[in-house]
Design a protein around this ligand. Structure first.
Ligand SMILES: *[C@@H]1O[C@H](CO)[C@@H](O)[C@H](O)[C@H]1NC(C)=O
Ligand SMILES: *[C@@H]1O[C@H](CO)[C@@H](O)[C@H](O)[C@H]1NC(C)=O
Length: 241
């Protein structure tokens, strides 16, 4: 297993205790007689690119290696050719018209969506809430990040560039991190744009989300000289939070 996925699973593991999960924990629970139950694996309810492992009674999301799929009968990830299961195909045969994405809380599948994909990063039927909104798995709609319910498997992205719609669609495109800097690691407040240090651009961070991009220019004094200790900021972009 790739270490990033392990790390991710560990973080999720830590969050799990406080979060309501839409998934049933089928893990054998430790008891006095059996304080560490033996290894147990089971299928992800909607996406067989993933599976669930158990540790000390907690469920951890794991991802199968690329192009392999969880096969519950043989309890491992297997290649498609040898797999009794088909790859996850959203919107096939189900009654659900809006399906939460298995791992990204900002994404969902819209089975009514027939037209062109939003950009090349989107899979078929895949859709996404406007940054920084999240898709509430219970109400099945995009909601402000502070109100949407995510669970231990559906991680809420904070970096605007984790939203597929913000990624570059063509070669002639300013990189996302330059257009929409990440506020991860910043306390609420106004900061110099980290990718444009000697520029008038500032970012306004709220809850580690990019809330506003501003252009702050020195105010001109009555004598027509720029006064660098006084700036006035103009909002260039603002998130819908
Ligand atoms: C789903 O797709 C349909 C058809 O394109 C559209 O009218 C509808 O607004 C979409 N719903 C959501 C929640 O994205
Ligand atoms: C520049 O702005 C500061 C703060 O408002 C003010 O105290 C100062 O007098 C201004 N200087 C000039 C040259 O206008």
């Amino acid at each position: 297993m790739i270490s990033g996925q392990k790390l991710c699973a560990m973080i999720l593991f830590a969050l799990a205790a406080n979060m309501a999960s839409a998934f049933v924990n089928k893990c054998p629970q430790p008891t006095a007689g059996d304080p560490s139950p033996k290894a147990f694996f089971y299928s992800h309810p909607t996406d067989n690119r993933y599976f669930i492992t158990c540790a000390h009674g907690y469920a951890n999301l794991m991802a199968c290696p690329t192009n392999t799929f969880w096969n519950n009968e043989v309890q491992t990830c297997t290649g498609n050719a040898f797999n009794s299961l088909m790859p996850f195909t959203p919107c096939s045969g189900g009654a659900a018209k809006l399906i939460p994405h298995a791992t990204a809380c900002q994404r969902y599948y819209n089975c009514s969506q027939t037209g062109q994909q939003w950009n090349r990063y989107f899979g078929k039927y895949e859709a996404e809430c406007p940054y920084p909104q999240l898709f509430d798995a219970q109400e099945l709609r995009c909601k402000p990040y502070s109100e949407a319910v995510c669970d231990m498997f559906r991680v809420a992205a904070k970096d605007p560039c984790d939203y597929l719609a913000n990624k570059c669609g063509s070669a002639h495109c300013e990189p996302c991190s330059s257009r929409m800097p990440s506020c991860i690691g910043y306390k609420d407040g106004l900061y110099q744009h980290p990718r444009k240090l000697n520029s008038p651009y500032k970012m306004h961070c709220v809850s580690e989300r990019l809330y506003q991009l501003l252009m702050c220019l020195p105010q001109t004094s009555s004598r027509g000289k720029a006064n660098t200790s006084r700036t006035s900021c103009q909002v260039m972009w603002q998130a819908d939070i």
